[in-house]
Ligand binder design. Structure first.
Ligand code: SF4
Ligand code: SF4
Length: 579
């Protein structure tokens, strides 16, 4: 098989694998849903993730050894991952090819001329690694694998959900996903300017591979130093912009192998020797080039504290910063999370959302829980997010650990935060309206929400009696309440007898009230007061796990009357709550 055909087959395979992994990252038992597929395998192949997290945490999560294996292979045969496997590279190549259909070979060759701007990606790599060295892992913003997973998971697949329902049974929404989608579209659109624009000029992973490829013994190059004619066919199809017909820019060759295929006289080959027409590489390690890289690395390192400037001012830790169950403490979480969107995609409740401002600049697009946007709270019997996190920023939990059962009984259930009742918005507290929704939906046992019963006088409910017939009271003036007086929530008591048991109102309204039983002491000329029976909710912080069911179901629209904040969360250790 010709090598270009092999490359296309390989690209097709990895692209399909990528799409498949995105599609099946959905909890459920159906064919198109997660059933033990290794959906993170492609992300594990990423050496920039391995290197970045190693620098930031001084540890290596075992699955990321795959990435170091890919890097090791690059040291021998060059940027094979870019040419044969990277899904974003394949999408870039396809859109670049489409954008150039019908263009003259000469124009295409001009597009593919190498330029110094291709060194920008090395500066970006140095910047990100410098940043990671001081704990601010930001590689995921531009690393192509997290970027393409994030874009497809959050911006593209949700478009297929409504109506179609093949991928997901209900529409999914992600906050601020516009920016993720626009960035992805921009990356694809830039291929109209230059083929594989992102790969050539921006990709920090490509830069890492480019550094390794400099020393690769097996490389593409001219097999003979005989001068070429002037066809430049190889250059008109070169995806890397590496000048295969002349002095080869060896770090930029991403093994598309088009030159091997196109050279009419077979002068280009893949061999264990340098190109006979000479070689060069980017970045140049002359004094100026080295200084640029060092400056970029230093800028990255110095920027690490700047990402946290909000923390320094004491503003960074928002109480609404609630991370998925099993998340490491904030410092270690930020040193691992690559913003791939896997946990957001897999969450059946759609409560995991990309942070836009809540986690500060340093936590842009990292996962946070938003109980208002999702379809429910965090499901007690779900641990999906930790199972799919490729870097263990959300560590894989067992159900027993999440629920505090079995071996974990002593530690108790995992807490995401604590719910607080906002008495200024809560219906029984602030409006004198019965509501018991939060207590009913609280899934912990015994319930974390308990209620205290009170009987509150209703407005305009002090009424003189005109007569009494058994359990029916005739009123001197009619009762006017905004709800249904006979709903069972209204009671009647003799005025001035606060110790007497109120009797339930079962019918009537207007000038006559029917009670469930005769009201002791009631007589014409005396006054009664109409009361509403309320169950005012209270939260027991010792039991609340912060699952957010109550916040999600609270009928108060807008700002809910019960809200979960991160106080008392397990990941930050005990003692965060002063109460
Ligand atoms: S454990 Fe909770 S947050 Fe994580 S995926 Fe399941 S429901 Fe979502
Ligand atoms: S957040 Fe707490 S109070 Fe609210 S439903 Fe969950 S466990 Fe119950």
């Amino acid at each position: 098989m010709r090598i270009v055909v092999a490359r296309r087959v390989s690209q097709g395979f990895f692209l399909l694998l990528f799409v498949w992994f995105c599609l099946v990252a959905t909890v459920g038992g159906g064919f198109l849903q997660l059933r033990g597929w290794p959906i993170n395998w492609l992300l594990s192949l990423d050496p920039l993730t391995a290197l970045g997290t190693m620098l930031a945490t001084h540890t290596l999560y075992a699955p990321l050894l795959w990435g170091l294996g890919v890097l090791a292979l690059t040291f021998f045969i060059g940027r094979f991952f870019c040419g044969f496997a990277c899904p974003l590279g394949t999408l870039n190549q396809m859109t670049g090819w489409l954008a150039r259909l019908g263009r003259a070979a000469k124009d295409r060759a001009e597009d593919n001329h190498p330029g110094r701007a291709q060194a920008v990606k090395y500066a970006l790599l140095a910047f990100f690694l410098g940043c990671a060295a001081l704990g601010g892992l930001q590689t995921g913003l531009l690393d192509p694998l997290p970027l393409v997973f994030r874009s497809v998971n959050l911006a593209l697949l949700p478009l297929a959900d409504p109506g179609v329902g093949v991928v997901h049974d209900a529409p999914r929404h992600y906050e601020g996903v516009w920016w993720i989608g626009l960035m992805f579209l921009a990356i694809l659109a830039l291929n109209a300017v230059r083929p594989r624009f992102f790969c050539r000029f921006i990709c920090p992973l490509g830069a890492l591979f480019g550094l390794a490829a400099r020393v690769a013994p097996w490389r593409i190059g001219k097999a003979t130093d005989k001068t070429c004619g002037d066809c430049r066919l190889c250059e008109s199809h070169c995806e890397g912009g590496c000048r295969p017909s002349g002095t080869l820019v060896v770090s930029e060759c991403l093994l598309c192998c088009n030159c091997l295929d196109r050279c009419p006289s077979g002068r280009i080959g893949f061999a264990g020797r340098a190109s006979a027409a000479g070689e060069t590489a980017l970045p140049d390690f002359s004094r100026r080039g080295a200084v640029t890289l060092l400056a970029a690395g230093a800028a990255g390192a110095m920027s690490a504290p700047l990402w946290r400037v909000e923390d320094a001012a004491g503003l960074g830790r928002s109480p609404s910063l609630i991370r998925p169950p099993g998340s490491l403490d904030e410092e270690r979480f930020l040193a691992r999370c690559i913003r791939c969107g896997q946990c957001l995609r897999v969450c059946p409740s759609n409560i995991i959302q990309p942070s836009v401002t809540t986690a500060g600049l340093i936590g842009l697009w990292t996962p946070i829980l938003n109980y208002r946007l999702g379809r429910s709270g965090c499901q007690p019997n779900c641990i999906a997010c930790g199972q799919v996190c490729p870097t263990a920023a959300i560590r894989p939990l067992t159900l027993q650990e999440k629920l505090g059962q079995g071996d974990h009984a002593a530690a108790g259930p995992l807490r995401l935060g604590t719910a607080f009742v906002d008495r200024t918005r809560c219906l029984p507290w602030a409006m004198g309206r019965p509501c018991i929704v939060c207590q009913e939906v609280c899934p912990v046992s015994p319930k974390a929400i308990f209620v205290r019963e009170v009987f509150e006088p209703v407005r305009g409910g002090r009424l003189p009696l005109a007569g009494v017939r058994g359990s029916t009271l005739a009123l001197a003036r009619p009762l006017a309440v905004s709800g249904n007086a006979a709903s069972g929530d209204y009671y009647v008591r003799l005025l001035g007898a606060p110790e007497a048991n109120p009797v339930r109102l079962v019918g009537g309204g207007g000038a006559e009230l029917a009670l469930a039983a005769a009201l002791p002491g009631a007589a014409s000329g005396r006054e009664v007061e109409v009361l509403i029976h309320l169950m005012q909710p209270h939260v027991d912080p010792a039991r609340c796990v912060g699952c957010g069911m109550c916040e999600h179901e609270c009928p108060v629209s807008g700002l809910r009357a019960i809200r979960v904040t991160s106080e008392n969360e397990s990941r930050s250790g005990p003692g965060r709550m002063l109460a």
